[in-house]
Design a binder for this molecule. Sequence first.
Ligand code: S3P
Length: 168
Amino acid sequence: MKIFLIGFMGCGKTTLGKKLAVKMAYNLIDLDHKVEEATGSTIADYFSAHGEEAFRKLESDTLKNWDYPTNCVVATGGGTPCFFDNMDWMNANGLTIYIDMPAIALAKRLEKGVAKRPLLRGLTEAALVNFIEEKLTDRRLFYQKSKLTISGINLTPDVLRAAVLAYR
Ligand code: S3P
């Protein structure tokens, strides 16, 4: 089974994904890393050089054409579900789980990672919360198509694993 972790930047997809994968003896696929491997540059550099549109195309191609192991946890990028038919594709190919977190909590977690995330570059602390609130309003429409929604506040890998097992 493929488990796709969905949610805004900073909600914990990669960290929780790694731990969930260990607990389930699954492989972890980090989509951002796969895109970086494919381009040979960081996402931030790729954005600067080629723009967001090129990144989204590459992200979607990587998502759909990756040679996934049978059982894996896929940590997606925060924007992955919101472009092309990526969300429908993930729903057709695995279990999608939305890690839901309010904007204020995301802002706290993202404060230090602003520089490496191209969409957040240059935002002040105050502007960050507003930006997240606005983006989240748009993106929730896609995120909410996930088969499962779980609150990311105090979420542990054990709770996540229990939700997966209960769903199967
Ligand atoms: C993005 C999220 C990032 C990365 C890129 C764009 C977004 O992934 O794919 O910077 O549009 O929300 P994380 O959610 O892993 O930070």
